[in-house]
Write a protein of this length. Structure first.
Length: 425
């Protein structure tokens, strides 16, 4: 029997489940693109580290500026989406990200590391708006009971982007720079290799913005829910900050993104260590695809499992697996350490979409604000890699992997206890 809220939702959507499917298919392209752009940073880090002769801490400023944009722009993005709607949020986000990609051209021409950091900040600001728009759109685009499954499915295409990007970067950035290095050419020639990849990215983002501007997608609001049984607001709360499962979920997002990004950021250097695999950067870059590819495979599997298993318990199980694998990589050597760190990607698979969907359950009218708060927490991708960079400079690269292990320990807690829906006292 349909609830009044679900009847309103169907009216807003023209009563067609086909609109749901069409919208989900359209949104998968966004998840692919921001995954692709994010993962490309893992190639950019060792490339710019060599060109500008950076320490690990200085190189991690790439992730600090990229994910720092989430902290600065998430709440304004949530307010913009609340005012203009999810569709316009997507269009503006795509155009902003394209502008950031185009800034790589002058950054390379002037050989300025700070300008690269600024370009990354602008690009990430656009992606932040995409995240704030698309993630809640997916969670309310259908039954609340299957929100975790839907978000895992669309996030699988995000992982497809992160899997493809390292090979793309290895070919157009690292491999292209090898002849330059062998010829002992200038720094300017080495930096030139970033121009073409980011021009391609800018073109793709602009094309997507045009497509989404003309697409007719279902109009959804924060109150468009097909299942309101878990809405605990009941009108008495004025802010999403009053829900403990959201606040603790924001911490979980911080820890998860921080841990995942930190591992990806150091993978090429880790696999280049003599005691691990001793791989050249170009060869190591291809193994980064296995790390992100594991997340992709796991999300397709997780999308099916979420319909039958408790999402919170599955989250805790995967987090325990991540901790154990990181410890093996931290204190092991050779192929065992190499395979262990790559397998963390498989455990990562369901974490972001599951944490996100668990955290926004029952927020009702506060959903867009809650989404902004969760995207705010993606700043973990800025802070945790920087902390690991400082640790790597101080105690060595391998021991520094203790930092992401601590992050996953918190996610175990969130899956077992912190995700329970309740209001803060």
């Amino acid at each position: 029997m349909a609830t009044p809220a679900s009847s309103v939702a169907q009216a807003n959507l023209g009563g067609s489940q086909g609109n749901f499917r069409f919208a989900l298919i359209s949104l998968t392209s966004l998840f692919f693109m921001w995954g692709f752009i994010t993962s490309l940073n893992d190639i950019l880090i060792p490339h710019l580290k060599n060109i500008f002769d950076l320490s690990y801490t200085q190189a991690m400023l790439i992730q600090f500026c990229f994910f720092g944009a989430y902290f600065v722009m998430s709440l304004p993005s949530g307010a913009l989406v609340h005012r203009l709607g999810y569709k316009m949020g997507v269009v503006i986000g795509l155009l902003t990200a394209a502008a950031g990609a185009l800034l790589f051209i002058p950054a390379a021409s002037f050989e300025l590391y700070p300008l690269f950091l600024g370009a990354l900040f602008v690009m990430a600001s656009g992606i932040t708006l995409l995240q704030v728009s698309a993630n809640p759109y997916v969670t309310i685009l259908g039954s609340a009971k299957t929100a975790s499954s839907r978000l895992n499915l669309t996030q699988a295409f995000n992982s497809l982007g992160t899997t493809v990007a390292p090979a793309f970067g290895a070919l157009l950035i690292l491999a292209a720079s090898e002849p330059v290095l062998e010829a002992a050419s200038s720094t300017a020639s080495e930096i030139e290799t970033v121009k073409v990849p980011y021009l391609i990215i800018a073109g793709a983002l602009i094309l997507l913005a045009i497509i989404f501007a003309v697409l007719k997608l279902p109009r959804l609001s924060d109150n468009t829910q097909t299942d309101t049984s878990e809405d605990v607001s009941q009108g008495q709360f004025t802010s999403a900050w009053q829900y403990s499962h959201l606040v603790l979920g924001a911490v979980a997002i911080f820890m998860y993104v921080g841990g995942e990004v930190a591992i990806g950021s150091f993978l090429i250097n880790f696999l280049g260590e003599p005691d691990i695999a001793g791989l050249a950067e170009t060869d190591a870059a291809h193994y980064v695809a296995y790390y992100w590819g594991g997340a992709m495979v796991g999300r397709f599997i997780g999308s099916a499992l979420m319909t039958k298993l408790n999402p919170a318990k599955l989250l805790a199980f995967n987090a325990v697996g991540s901790v154990l694998l990181i410890l093996i990589a931290t204190f092991g050597t050779g192929q065992v350490a190499m395979v262990s760190i790559l397998l963390v990607g498989l455990c990562n698979s369901i974490m972001f979409p599951t944490i996100f969907s668990l955290a926004v359950r029952g927020l009702g009218a506060h959903t867009s604000q809650g989404s902004g708060i969760l995207c705010l927490a993606i700043v973990g991708g800025a802070i945790v890699p920087l902390i690991q960079g400082v640790a790597a400079d101080a105690v060595g690269l391998q021991l520094a992997f203790i930092v992401p292990a601590v992050c996953y320990l918190y996610i175990v807690f969130y899956g077992l206890k912190g995700s329970e829906i309740k209001a803060l006292n």
